[in-house]
Design a protein around this ligand. Sequence first.
Ligand SMILES: [Zn+2]
Length: 165
Amino acid sequence: MSTRTTEDAVWDALRSVLDPEIPAVSVVDMGMIEDVKVEGAHAHVTFLPTFTGCPAIAVIEDDIRAGVKNVGGVEEVTVTPSFDPPWTTARITEEGRAKLKDFGLAPPTGEGPVLITQIGLPEVAICPFCGSKNTRNDNAFGPTPCRALYYCESCRNPFEQFKPI
Ligand SMILES: [Zn+2]
């Protein structure tokens, strides 16, 4: 393991930093980490906030800083949010998608027809349990500003859906 760098160790640490909005997935699963650079004992992490308007950005920043600070050889951590490139749900890893599904949260599929209403919710949400599109929006505001609550008419399970950006 002599080829293992501090940079690798930082990535490992980030894999245990959970998304405060969705504690089932890490910031790496969510595809939020854009860049990791280590110069001497100074680690720079650039992350892409998932949902603008979510109050979690400062929390994620603190969590990343705390997680990376524990890495051996790292004394200083700079965490920079970036909106370039913008985060999209396409950045969620395969592993992240599987975890979201286990968590009962449907990753946005990008499958049409997705009609955007005035409040930005998809008209059609696909049930993560049975794959049915026969679902209805239960609560436009959802449990958090980033998620909406749906109910599947086919298997009668409630589930949550990301609000698209
Ligand atoms: Zn269902």
